[in-house]
Ligand binder design. Structure first.
Ligand SMILES: NCc1[nH]cc(CCC(=O)O)c1CC(=O)O
Length: 342
């Protein structure tokens, strides 16, 4: 929505302005990053601003925006239209030329971008794992019978319930600071958050234990940052592409392919996580897990597969193959039981 523009939260000071260069003539003299105004989103946008300054000498400004996803904090995200809510308004700013790029936690980026937008770069992945945060208990396994755990992520709910059906898992929304405050107020015995977000905000000391992916498989794209631009911004795309970390790019491609093949909605209790393995580190190993939406205690369908992957086509094929095995092994029945998206 055009009316969402709130403020220029940061004006890049004093850096050199881009000179007109015939080959790159469509690069703007000041590059504007559209960003949500949560502390994490601002940190991520500032991180990219600094990177663009260092690598290209660009003059970069931030355009802060409040998205629908930020406004609707009282209902589970999966019930109000999904992760796209965090991305849509930023895309409108790109469409209207008020900003040139948007920085996203890749985890929040829908599997299919709208026509006319592309991911120009994916930066090297931070810690992709989930983190256990609790004042009293060192891990989920140490919780007493019936203890209360906070998370609204269906992916986290089904994995916690599969391991500890006795736990009382309660919704927890809001940005990272809000979630930590609710924990500190005593509303939960512990909560699960992405390690990457806590580390980025200097809150690593809140992490009681990092959760092994074996126990809590991460979401597709977790811990990676993506930079979105309009597809017609070719000069910008070419420059940004050089920031991409190839191992991250291929891993998240495979993960997102799993999600896309399964319908790509965040109302789906799906985890997908790819890692490089093998003596030469050239084997991409991916695991995917799908839980039951209405009966979280039900066993998860779990599938994994490895392949030598060298390009995005190979990564996509690996992800699709895992998704199809998942469907054939009981996943289809779970998807059929999903509530219709609202
Ligand atoms: N769902 C919100 C969200 N989107 C990205 C992160 C963390 C950073 C990341 O995964 O890159 C978080 C917080 C969380 O899940 O705890």
């Amino acid at each position: 929505m055009a009316g969402q523009h709130k403020s220029m939260v940061h004006a890049g000071g004093g850096g050199p302005t881009l000179r007109d260069n015939p080959g790159m003539s469509t690069l703007p003299s000041t590059v504007v990053i559209a960003t949500r105004e949560s502390r994490l989103a601002l940190w991520q946008a500032e991180h990219v601003r600094a990177l663009l300054g260092q690598r290209f000498g660009w003059n970069v400004e931030l355009l802060g925006m409040t998205t629908r996803g930020d406004q609707i904090l009282d209902r589970a995200l999966s019930k109000v239209g999904g992760k796209g809510l965090f991305v849509k308004e930023l895309e409108v700013a790109l469409e209207e030329g008020r900003a040139h790029l948007a920085v996203h936690s890749l985890k929040d980026v829908p599997m299919e971008l709208p026509e006319g937008f592309v991911l120009a770069a994916v930066l090297e992945r931070e810690d992709p794992r989930d983190a256990w945060v609790s004042p009293r208990y060192a891990s989920v396994d140490e919780l007493p019978q019936g203890a209360r755990v906070g998370t609204s992520s269906l992916r986290r709910v089904v994995q916690i319930k599969a391991r500890r059906p006795d736990l009382d898992v309660q919704p927890l929304r809001g940005n990272l600071d809000t979630r930590l405050r609710k924990l500190d107020e005593g509303q939960y015995d512990g909560i699960v958050l992405a390690a990457a977000g806590l580390k980025r905000l200097g809150l690593a000391e809140r992490i009681r234990s990092v959760i092994d992916p074996q126990t809590m498989l991460p979401a597709a794209g977790q811990g990676a940052l993506g930079i979105e631009v309009r597809a017609d911004q070719t000069a910008l795309r070419e420059a940004l592409a050089t920031l991409t970390d190839a191992p991250t790019w291929l891993a998240v491609h495979a993960e997102r392919a799993v999600s896309r093949r399964l319908g790509g909605s965040c109302s789906m209790p799906l985890a997908a996580f790819a890692q490089w393995r093998g003596d030469r580190g050239d084997q991409l190993h991916i695991e995917a897990r799908l839980g039951h939406p209405a009966d979280a205690e039900r066993a998860l369908v779990v599938l994994s597969r490895s392949a030598a992957v060298t390009d995005t086509a190979g990564a996509d094929a690996l992800g699709v193959a895992v998704a199809e095995s998942l469907l054939a092994s009981g996943g289809q029945a779970l998807l059929d039981a999903l509530p219709a998206a609202t």
